[in-house]
Ligand binder design. Structure first.
Ligand SMILES: NC(=O)c1ccc[n+]([C@@H]2O[C@H](COP(=O)([O-])OP(=O)(O)OC[C@H]3O[C@@H](n4cnc5c(N)ncnc54)[C@H](O)[C@@H]3O)[C@@H](O)[C@H]2O)c1
Length: 236
């Protein structure tokens, strides 16, 4: 148990998800107060404070952030982790599925940044955005998801440039395939074919992504505006 984040307050969106749960544990292990913004109630919340927030709803986000500042006094870390997939070939992708993925993954992150940025500037804070290798390379059947994740790369770099002189660091993490509810739904044949392309011949574990998040928050004090790939070596 470390104490690098003693007295600091972190917000993690999608804290009830596969990677989100592990990020919460890592931040707690450094003595941080963690607040999860969850779409659905997390049955095993006990160590962190949970707010039920839809990050696509700007009023809900602003109200919840005000509440966090009133209750905990500050915000130092924002982890934009919530994300969804609605995969389909473009021929079959509905406008609704395009809109909901872009609105959740990209606009949702912006809504969080907008609501927190003054606090983060005040406290020389840190933002981490969960992008994906698909945002760098594209993927068949994921035009909406890959566009949203590429958008997060642009958001990350722009924020890093805009707030660097205020000592706010902003980075993105681009995981490959990680064992979580999000990838559980992939067909077995696709999982098998994907593993063949990974040098380490396995999917990543959510704990491995969470450790990288912790590193970027605590020790990575001279890293900003970067996209860190964590994918077990895909097509290297
Ligand atoms: N699992 C992977 O292989 C993988 C790979 C690359 C990137 N990622 C990214 O990592 C992040 C976490 O993914 P995961 O695999 O843990 O997914 P997950 O499905 O287990 O968790 C996603 C979380 O986001 C929450 N969420 C969705 N919409 C929301 C909304 N409108 N408001 C608030 N919360 C909302 C869900 O309730 C859930 O808790 C996502 O951004 C995902 O795109 C995952």
């Amino acid at each position: 148990m470390g104490d690098n984040l003693n007295g600091k307050v972190a917000i993690v969106t999608g804290a009830s998800g596969g990677i989100g749960k592990c990020i919460v544990k890592e931040l707690l292990s450094e003595g941080c107060t963690v607040v999860g913004f969850n779409y659905v109630q997390d049955s095993d919340v006990n160590e962190y404070t949970e707010y039920i927030v839809d990050i696509t709803n700007r009023e809900q986000v602003q109200d919840a952030i005000k509440h966090v500042i009133d209750k905990f006094g500050r915000i130092d870390v924002l982890i934009n982790n919530a994300g969804i997939t609605k995969d389909n070939l473009v021929y079959r992708m509905s406008y609704e599925d395009w809109d909901s993925v872009i609105t959740t993954n990209l606009t949702g992150a912006f809504n969080m940044v907008k609501a927190c940025i003054r606090e983060l500037v005040k406290n020389e804070g840190v933002i981490i955005n969960l992008s994906s290798i698909v945002g760098l390379e594209g993927n068949v059947g994921q035009a909406n998801y890959s566009a949203s994740k590429a958008g997060l790369v642009g958001l990350t770099k722009s924020l890093a440039k805009e707030f660097g002189r205020k000592n706010v660091r902003v980075n993105a993490i681009a995981p490959g395939f990680v064992e979580t509810p999000m990838t559980e739904k992939l067909p077995d044949a696709m999982k098998k074919a994907t593993i063949e392309r990974i040098a380490l011949r396995r999917f990543g574990r959510p704990e491995e992504v969470a450790k990288l998040v912790k590193y970027l928050v605590t020790d990575g004090t001279y890293i900003t505006g970067q996209v860190i790939i964590i994918d077990g070596g895909i097509e290297i």
